[in-house]
Design a protein around this ligand. Structure first.
Ligand code: GN1
Ligand code: MG
Length: 358
């Protein structure tokens, strides 16, 4: 079935006229749908090889968007349709996804005059910090119980185990390369240190809260004046440690270059972004953060480059089965990049602590 046919299953206003690719996500396929009416839409094919339980996933998203909408209404906000995503139900149903049993699709209303960025200034990072902190704060009292759309998604112990399994299998023969083997050994030296979160959780010292879990800088929309409109890409909204949102934003925004820049000399951790983002984040999140959560924010800033390095490396060793790649060594370049970022972040921990007043 073609995309126009699929989009016709949804209760759109107007008739679809054009469908074209949108954005640069690594997991789902995204399209912009123009219509002969006033609204345009976003059509997404949900990658159900990765998100196995699409029903649970859409249930999470419906609950989260409903809750945020209600909060914005209660706060008397204007322009709410641009501040929270609106998912379109199927014709004659309240279900917000369509499937033919093999592929899964959903549609949301396209937000006009909104922009995403691959890199941000300290000023925008401050707004982003406020917005992600506020997103978590608004979800502290969501009445529905949300499921984990990818179980143990940001569990560092699991990610380390997956790397060990990849090494064991060496499915693509890539460990034969001395530089791969050497990096694997370096990376594994930090496994114990980086799995702190799971230990804290087991000891009852670190709660799981509803987090976004994919706070890449390009998952936030700004208006033309730099005001944050809303947070997008809600597939991974689920219970996790607050480290997820704090760490993953900095992993992308505080890197001096893109996460896949093959020139690792350009990689480094930008403290100006850290300071601005943390300031914004703490302004919104202080109301609910515990001392243990706050104390470990510098660890979170190191954990996410490390976890992403481990994930890219495992995928590279497995023969590129998870992340979309554009050229054969793409996952290797991403791995080296994230490794350099991890080392740079670690070197800045004392400065981070100072900035946070720890
Ligand atoms: C994926 O879908 P996208 O590109 O926003 C991934 C994130 C990674 C990121 C790395 C479900 O996010 O966890 O951090 O790529 N999402 C999933 O760029 O695995
Ligand atoms: Mg995205």
């Amino acid at each position: 079935m073609d995309t126009l046919e699929i989009i016709r299953q949804f209760a759109l206003e107007g008739n679809p006229t054009e469908v074209k690719p949108l954005g640069n996500g690594l997991i789902n396929d995204t399209f912009k749908v123009s219509t002969d009416g006033a609204k345009s839409y976003v059509l997404q094919r949900i990658n159900n090889a990765i998100f196995r339980d699409v029903d649970l996933l859409q249930h999470n998203i419906d609950a989260v968007t409903r809750h945020i909408r209600a909060k914005l209404e209660a706060a008397g906000e204007s322009d709410i349709d641009r501040k929270v995503l609106t998912f379109v139900p199927l014709k004659g149903s309240d279900k917000t996804y369509w499937t033919d049993g093999q592929t899964y699709w959903r549609v949301s209303v396209f937000i006009p005059d909104a922009f995403t960025y691959e890199a941000v200034t300290p000023e925008y990072s401050y707004y982003a910090g406020k917005a992600f902190g506020r997103f978590e704060a608004m979800l502290t009292d969501i009445p529905e119980k949300l499921g984990e759309t990818i179980p143990d998604f940001h569990n560092m112990e699991l990610r380390a185990r997956q790397l060990h399994e990849a090494i064991e299998a060496d499915a693509a023969g890539r460990l034969a390369k001395p530089e791969v083997k050497a990096l694997v050994e370096e990376v594994l030296k930090y496994e114990e240190e980086m799995t702190l979160a799971e230990r804290l959780h087991r000891e009852g010292k670190l709660p799981k809260r509803i987090c976004h879990c994919d706070t890449k800088v390009n998952n936030m929309m700004f208006d033309a004046n730099g005001n944050v409109l809303c947070v997008i890409d809600l597939d991974t909204v689920m219970p996790s440690y607050v480290f997820s949102d704090f760490g993953d934003f900095l992993r992308t925004a505080a890197n001096f270059t893109a996460e896949d820049d093959p020139d690792s000399r350009k990689v480094g951790f930008n403290m100006e972004i850290f300071k601005a983002f943390s300031k914004g984040y703490l302004e919104s999140a202080s109301s609910f953060l515990t001392p243990v959560e706050k104390e470990n924010l510098p660890y979170a800033a190191c954990l996410f480059p490390y976890m992403q390095c481990v994930r890219f490396l495992a995928d590279y060793i497995n023969g590129d089965t998870y992340y979309k790649i554009k050229y054969p060594e793409h996952n290797w370049d991403r791995t080296v990049n994230q490794w350099e970022l991890f080392k740079s972040a670690k070197a800045h921990v004392p400065e981070m602590k100072k900035a946070l007043g720890l």
